[in-house]
Design a binder for this molecule. Structure first.
Ligand SMILES: [Zn+2]
Length: 363
């Protein structure tokens, strides 16, 4: 367990609790899965990953700090922690997050928790893997990114994030800000793509599922009825890439996508490595915000983007979505709810929406 100490539990006990979906483990630790980038509470009903994919953390905050995102199904970040040490460190995290200007001293944080500065530093580091100061830096950076994403001007976002002057930001932030461009050039030049094709019972009328990925993330998800058809699809999109089939290596992502195709709400934020224009990215974000089982018209999506005249461009962006189901372009419909085109066939679009509605009703 890297630098983390989970109070009073060994790793083996943690893993046992995960396998048993033991709710007594909730609030004592969370577990994170490398291949999906998600962390869960032990009782989460989602599929179990292999032991070698899993890391344990005493606190949701520590898993988040390590780059994992909370599962949307079990909401591990909302669990009440059990151990008093965990509660203390969590309170320090809250205090840092709520402190908007500058950085608090260890003495100040210690006084709030009743611990000496050195004791606080040790305890915090043992559970979080980083010092309170490093945590404060990370929190400020996130606040800044959020401000920039919401369209706040850079200067005011900087101010709101607690940075005294913009020069500080550019020293620390540039590699972590902004959208990540695709790791390959047009046509897939320079990409090593591994793909899997599965014929999962859960897919039912959707047929077969192809999932393709680079080292950085998923670059294509497609639906079809035959392997050859799906392979042709992949080759058409990435004619210049090196393609290799390996069904086993992508199994974690495949099962997360099968879950989506069954109509379950997402529990994993799947890393994507796709080429898209800024406009397409904004459309894909809007699509992802449509609740499971609901639809929006191309015009409504355009209006939400602040470009009410761009319904046709939204339609084109949907038609060029490279990752079926993961970016839910099946939730975009024509005016008055008519089923318009779908890259993978109208029948599949209807089937996906029907499954999502059914799944929503059964909740
Ligand atoms: Zn979960």
């Amino acid at each position: 367990m890297d630098t983390n100490i989970i109070p009073s539990l060994t790793e083996d006990q943690c893993w046992r609790a995960v396998l048993d979906r033991d709710s007594n483990g909730d609030g004592r630790f969370v577990y994170a899965v490398r291949s999906t980038g998600i962390f869960c509470r032990p009782s989460c009903p989602s599929r179990r990953a292999g032991r070698e994919q899993v890391t344990f953390y005493a606190l949701a905050e520590a898993a988040a700090r390590a780059g994992y995102r909370p599962c949307k199904r079990c909401r591990p970040e909302r669990t009440e922690v059990v151990h008093p040490h965990s509660a203390t460190v969590q309170a320090v995290c809250r205090s840092i997050e709520n402190h908007e200007e500058g950085v608090q001293t260890l003495a100040h944080l210690g006084a709030e928790t009743g611990l000496s500065p050195s004791h606080l530093q040790r305890l915090f580091k043992s559970l979080m893997g980083i010092s309170p100061r490093q945590y404060a830096e990370a929190v400020r950076l996130e606040r800044l990114k959020r401000g920039l994403k919401d369209g706040e001007p850079v200067a005011s976002a900087l101010y709101g994030a607690g940075y005294g002057s913009s020069s500080r930001l550019y020293e620390k932030a540039p590699v972590r800000l902004g959208m990540t461009p695709a790791s390959f050039a047009k046509g897939g030049r320079g990409a090593n793509i591994t793909y899997a094709i599965v014929d999962h019972a859960g897919l039912g009328p959707l047929g077969k599922l192809l999932v393709a990925a680079t080292e950085r993330g998923i670059c294509m998800v497609a639906l079809g009825s035959a392997d050859a058809e799906l392979e042709r699809d992949l080759h058409d999109d990435y004619p210049l890439a090196a393609l290799r089939r390996d069904d086993a290596s992508l199994s974690e992502w495949v099962s997360a996508i099968v879950d989506l195709a069954e109509g379950h709400p997402p529990h994993a934020d799947l890393p994507l490595d796709i080429r898209a224009t800024a406009f397409q990215c904004r459309v894909f974000e809007q699509l992802s915000a449509i609740p499971c089982g609901k639809t929006r018209s191309y015009g409504e999506i355009a209006a939400a983007l602040g470009q009410p005249g761009a319904a046709r461009a939204v339609g084109r962006a949907c038609a060029t979505n490279p990752v079926a189901v993961v970016v839910p372009c099946h939730r975009a419909v024509g005016a008055s709810g008519s089923m318009r085109g779908y890259r993978w066939g109208l029948d599949r679009k209807q089937a996906l929406l029907a499954r999502e509605r059914k799944e929503q009703q059964s909740r």
